[in-house]
Design a protein around this ligand. Structure first.
Ligand code: SF4
Length: 305
């Protein structure tokens, strides 16, 4: 397998094989083009990069910094890590992240489920009758938004890649969650709603395989281990299904995301027409669908379990 430049290729993509040098250029160019095309970063933004120490978050953190430098934008960013309290897993990735942030001179803010909610995820999942990923998702989104606001961030940058997005799109199709689906895309969450910081995804068009290779070629110190709960959720079935399709029919995931982007304006329009009011949680003051937000509701249930 040779690259167009006759050097040995490190990856075989649909449009051809690429060597190390050309792949790194292709990958970074794709991320920067995504940021520019969807206007994910403005000159005056204060950026909160959601990190975990895994390959996606280190890549997006590194490339956000590189993007700001390339376009001569003032470096107004910090990394935020949420320690869920998952034994034999998160502590190691956080250690890698701390070293990474020190090396690249990036401020890191560390918050944890235990400090915030008085329960680690390990503890909570033993008491609750629901999948750990559901609790984790609710608490993570809550803390991301809360601490981004606390630091006056105007955007939250996440490391979601094409595989993640294709999985969530299919999950929402299968569950007929068109309202939730309308919040997906390179700019996710509820756009420009008071109380929510907009979330943006520069790795939106990068596959997991490409991101993994990028971190290997850049020699980032990353644990390629999976969260011990990752196999327990609905999502893991969707992931396996999509991986199977991708192996047999390359380009499937890209097709899922591209066709979704075609109909996204219609979904957003439909969501706007519905009466959709955001309330404020009576308990913590954060945005909520009901009188008490999902994060506080979960703590309430745990306290009575
Ligand atoms: Fe949380 Fe589930 Fe992700 Fe683990 S796999 S970090 S429990 S959302």
């Amino acid at each position: 397998m040779l690259c167009k430049c006759e050097r040995k290729a490190v990856i075989n993509l649909q449009h051809g094989s690429l060597c190390r040098q050309h792949f790194i250029h292709y990958f970074e160019d794709k991320v920067f083009k995504t940021i520019n095309k969807y206007r994910l970063i403005d000159r005056n933004d204060k950026l909160c990069v959601a990190t975990s120490g895994g390959k996606d978050s280190l890549t997006v953190l590194y490339l956000t910094k590189k993007y700001l430098k390339k376009y001569k934008i003032k470096e107004n960013l910090f990394a935020l890590v949420i320690d869920e309290g998952i034994d034999n897993y998160r502590a190691t990735t956080i250690k890698d992240l701390e070293e990474f942030c020190e090396e690249h001179e990036i401020k890191l803010i560390n918050v944890s489920f235990e400090n915030e909610f008085s329960y680690t995820l390990d503890h909570a999942q033993k008491k609750l009758d629901k999948k750990p990923c559901n609790t984790c998702g609710v608490w993570r989104r809550y803390l991301l938004n809360k601490y981004a606001k606390k630091e006056d961030a105007t955007k939250v940058i996440t490391g979601h890649n094409l595989d993640d997005e294709a999985q969530v799109i299919m999950m929402n199709y299968f569950k007929a969650n068109t309202k939730i689906a309308s919040h997906l895309g390179p700019i996710s969450g509820i756009e420009k709603f008071k109380g929510f910081v907009q979330r943006v995804k520069p790795l939106y068009f990068c596959t997991e395989k490409e991101t993994r290779l990028y971190t290997l070629l850049k020699k980032f110190k990353v644990q390629y281990t999976e969260c011990p709960y990752a196999r327990e959720g609905y999502r893991s079935h969707i992931r396996e299904m999509l991986n199977d399709f991708e192996n047999n029919y390359p380009g499937t995931k890209q097709g899922v995301v591209n066709s979704f982007l075609d109909i996204l304006p219609l979904l957003k329009e439909k969501a706007k027409q519905n009466d959709y009011t955001i309330k404020t949680c009576n308990n913590c003051g954060e945005p909520a669908n009901k009188n008490v937000c999902n994060a506080c509701k979960t703590v309430e249930v745990l306290n009575h379990a």
